[in-house]
Design a protein around this ligand. Sequence first.
Ligand SMILES: [Zn+2]
Length: 258
Amino acid sequence: MANLFFIGTSSGKTSATRNHSSIFIFTSNYNLLIDAGDGISKAFLLHGIDFNLIDGILLSHFHPDHYTGLASLIVQMKMYGRKKVLSIYINSCLEKAIKKFITNSYLFPDKLGFGINYHSFQNNVQIRVSDGINFLPRENSHLASVSESKKNSGLCFSSSSFLFDIGNKKIFYTSDIGFEKDLNLFDDYLPDYFISEITHVEAENVINKLKDFSNSPQIIFSHYSDEDIVDIENFISNLIQDVKSRVLLAKDGLKINL
Ligand SMILES: [Zn+2]
C-alpha cells in the first residue's frame, strides 16, 4: 500500500491559506518527502502529520519555496525526539550548498541526536530509495535562463524533474519546469500519474500531452497561485468529459492511493 499526500500546492507566491508545493510519499516501509520549502513545518502541523514519519527528503532545486524550510524542519525533528537517521537526496552539484545551509543554521549531528545521510544523485541515474521507491532524475529548463555571469559565479543551477517508481506505479512529477518541452522529459516511459506544475507551463499544453500516451494517465495539476484558481477550474470544467475525468486540480491535503 502506498499513497501520495499533497502537503502543499501553491506556487512560489506565498498564500495565506495554502502551503508551498510539496508531496509526501507514504509506503509501507519508507516515507519520502519531496521538497521542503518555506513554511513546511507549519504545513505538517496543519495536516497533523508527525515530523518524524519522514525517512528521507528529496529536493528538486534551490528556490525558497522548495528548500528553505529544511533547516526549521530538522529543528522540529530534534524537538520531537528523533533518533533515526534522516536521509537527504540532492543533486550532486547542490550537495555542498545544502550541507553548508544546514551547518550555517547551527544544526550539528552531535547536537541533534540523529544523523543526516546525504545521498547525492546525478541526472539520468536511477536512485533506489527503498524496496518500494525508486526515482529517476532528469534536468529540466527551469533555471536555464540564468545569465552566464551568474552561471560562472560558482553556484550550481540545477533543477530536476522525476520519474518515480512506487510499487508497480510510475509517476512523472515535473516539480518546477521552464518550458513546454520539459513535459517531454520522460516520453520514454508510460506514467500512471502525470503531476505537473502549471505556473511556468500552460494547463492546455499538459492536456495536449495525453495524446502521446497509449495508456490513460491521471493528470494532476499543482503549483499554482491563488489568483489563478478560478481560471484553472474554468479550464477544467470546459474540457470534454473523457479528458475531464482524467484531470485533477490538486488541493492541499489531497491523498492519492496508488
Ligand atoms: Zn522554482
